[in-house]
Every structure is written in structure tokens, then in C-alpha cells.
Design a protein around this ligand. Structure first.
Ligand code: PEP
Ligand code: MN
Length: 364
């Protein structure tokens, strides 16, 4: 549930509400929106709901108490109607601009990374990607350069001025990865690694959570809720394809997820057509598709010589293909950027069309 404070409620009244929630053994999360301040009550409320509700309704400064109907709370639009905008260095994710995360699948050498980042930065990438700790299906495949790779990534940030993102695979790596990277990436295989989600939630860096290849949208949002519940509201969701009966492409890109997520959640959404397809010639069309359905950004793999790549060469773009994709998605984004509201809200029943906490009804 969440508590909506009255307009003009005092700081003391807000503190009083939070204290009341804490004494019940629950956690208050404040969201100061442009129109109102709301406090989500997070934890196992169980059978105490009616008493808790009455207590909060009677507290000074409270306008109303509303149940959040979804199992995920902090990442839901019900709690937080405005889009989340994540600011990292000079980049903003989720503000209506087009985020382009680009770089090699794996950081293989200093030269390979610098050659790639020089190119993608010049052509409009806004975030640099590169794997240092690699989750590989085979234990005999290249596992990444580890901390040496992180150092090169930090150098790439100095060189380009762009924030850098890299994957963290286990809780014990979070501190070192957070020391070098601006955004932590949680990969598809770890979407439900709950201790990793909580550790990233405490790390003080934005997190990009990739969809588990067998996860439903609700499971994905519940995973994001773990990160938020640990105190980190700066989460990006990345649709990277799911496993279906179709085998032509590496995965099946679920473009439906993009407007669905924008409807259910306030978090920015990025589409990764590289891992979704596994084939470089399919990356541009699906990047276009992602932008056209309202994604806040795209993540792609780029390599100076994809045929020599130590991982995911087949899906890595050459510089030339990256340039062609950029021209296409920038043009598409110019067309659709003003449609964001329509893309998100199109076709919804009237009562759902305004994601307004006051409109939410009873439930979980
Ligand atoms: C990656 O982006 O490097 C990666 C391993 O992606 P995924 O977790 O989506 O497979
Ligand atoms: Mn890869």
C-alpha cells in the first residue's frame, strides 16, 4: 500500500508516517512527485492490512491510503506515475532522448576496446559497453579479462567522457565492478540471482537488469523490485530476447514487452537486438523495431573485426553496420519521440489510461 500525504503536509508529519511504518517492522519508501509526496509501505503486511490502513489514515498529514494492486510495488506506475530518468555523468536515460549503449561483447585487449569506443563515441553512442567478467555457456570459452578489462573500461570513460556499463556476475564482484563502472549490468542468466540483485541494490550505482531468457514480465519486474527494495531506484530494464520454439534466431525478441513495461512500470526500457538475434544482419531491423515501439534505448555489440572476436562475433556489428544502424534509429526516433505517451497508453481501457495512484483500487 502507499500513503499519499496532503499538499502542504509538514516534514514532521512525513516523519511521523515513516516512524509509524517502521514500528510495524515494515519499510517506508518516499517518492516526492511533482504533484504529491507518497510513501510506499513495503514488507510482509499479511493480515495486519485493515488495522495498518486505519492507523495510517488517521495519522496527521495523510490524505489517503491506497493499496497497490500489483505484486511489485516500488517499480510500479501505481506508486510512481512519472517516468524515472537516470542521470549518469552527462547522459540521461529515460528522458525522451535515445540512449545508445555500444561496444564489444568482451573486452579482449586495450587496443580492441579503444578502437571500438573511439568509433562508436564519434557516431553517437551515449554509453560504452564491454564485458570484463563473461558468463559463458562453455567453461572452455574465453571468460573475460576480469579486473584488467575493468581498468581498460575506466580508461575508455576518460577518453570519451561517456559512462560505462559492464556485467557483474556474483555478489563478491559488486564492489570491484562498482569501483570502475558507472552502470552495473545483471545478465539474463542472473535475473533471479536474488543475492546479486540485493547486492547491486546496495551498490549506489544504476543497474541495468536484463530479462531472464525464460522469465515472464512479472517475474522480471519482481526481480527489479529486489533491487529497488534494497534502496536503489535507478534501474533500467533490458529486453534481450526470450527462448521460444523458434530456432532461426538466437532468441525471440519480445517487442510487446516494451509498451507493456512502460504501462506497468516507470523504469526506462532498453532493447538489445544483438543477443536477441545472434546475427548481425538482423540487428538493424530489430533496433529500428525497438525504437519504433518506444524503447528508451538500444544496446548493441560492435567489434572492429567481428570475425576475430573471442565472443559473439556473429552478432557483432562492424563499424560500417553500426553507422548504418545509427542513421536508421536516429531517424526513427525523430519520428516517434513525441508519440511516447501514445505508445505507452495506446489501447488501454479508459480506467487504466491514467497511471494515477489515486485511481488504483484494492488488492495485494
Ligand atoms: C552481454 O550483454 O554481454 C550478455 C552476456 O548478455 P545476456 O546476459 O543478455 O546474454
Ligand atoms: Mn555478448
Amino acid at each position: 500500500m502507499f500513503v499519499q500525504m496532503r499538499n502542504g503536509a509538514t516534514e514532521a508529519e512525513l516523519l511521523g508516517v515513516k516512524a509509524l511504518i517502521l514500528t510495524e517492522g515494515l519499510t517506508p519508501f518516499e517518492h516526492a512527485g511533482p504533484k504529491r509526496t507518497v510513501v510506499a509501505v513495503v514488507g510482509d503486511i499479511g493480515k495486519r492490512r485493515p488495522q495498518l490502513r486505519a492507523m495510517l489514515e488517521g495519522a496527521p498529514g495523510v490524505a489517503s491510503v491506497t493499496d497497490i494492486t500489483k505484486p511489485y510495488k516500488l517499480v510500479s506506475r501505481e506508486f510512481h506515475p512519472e517516468d524515472t530518468v537516470i542521470r549518469v555523468l552527462d547522459a540521461s536515460i529515460g528522458d525522451g532522448s535515445l540512449t545508445v549503449m555500444a561496444g564489444p561483447c568482451s573486452i579482449e585487449s586495450r587496443e580492441q576496446l579503444m578502437e571500438t569506443v573511439d568509433h562508436v563515441a564519434k557516431r553517437g553512442a551515449t554509453v560504452i559497453r564491454g564485458g570484463a567478467f563473461k558468463p559463458r555457456t562453455s567453461p572452455y570459452s574465453f571468460q573475460g579479462l576480469g579486473v584488467e578489462g575493468l581498468r581498460y573500461l575506466a580508461e575508455a570513460r576518460e577518453r570519451t567522457g561517456l559512462p560505462v556499463i559492464t556485467e557483474v556476475m556474483e555478489p563478491s564482484q559488486v564492489d570491484i565492478v562498482a569501483e570502475y563502472a558507472d552502470i552495473l549490468q545483471i545478465g539474463t542468466r542472473n535475473m533471479q540471482n536474488f543475492s546479486l540483485l540485493l547486492a547491486c541494490g546496495r551498490a549506489g550505482r544504476p543497474v541495468m537488469l536484463k530479462r531472464g531468457f525464460g522469465a515472464t514480465i512479472e517475474e522480471w519486474l519482481m526481480a527489479a523490485e529486489y533491487i529497488a527494495s534494497a534502496g536503489n531506484p535507478n534501474i533500467v530494464l533490458c529486453e534481450r530476447g526470450i527462448r521460444t520454439f523458434e530456432t532461426f534466431a538466437r532468441n525471440t525478441l519480445d517487442l510487446t514487452a516494451v509498451p507493456v513495461l512502460h504501462h506497468l512500470s516507470h523504469l526506462p526500457v532498453v532493447v538489445d537486438p544483438s543477443h536477441a538475434t545472434g546475427k548481425r544482419w538482423l540487428v538493424k531491423p530489430l533496433a529500428i523495431g525497438g525504437v519504433a515501439v518506444g524503447a528508451d534505448g538500444i544496446m548493441v555489440e560492435v567489434h572492429p573485426r567481428p570475425d576475430e572476436a573471442l565472443s559473439d562475433g556473429e552478432q557483432s556489428l562492424t563499424f560500417e553496420l553500426f553507422d548504418q544502424m545509427m542513421d536508421a534509429i536516429v531517424a526513427v526516433h525523430d519520428h516517434v519521440k513525441d508519440l511516447h505517451g501514445d505508445l505507452v497508453l495506446a489501447g488501454q481501457p479508459e480506467d487504466e489510461a491514467q497511471p494515477d495512484p489515486a485511481a488504483a483500487t484494492a488488492g495485494g
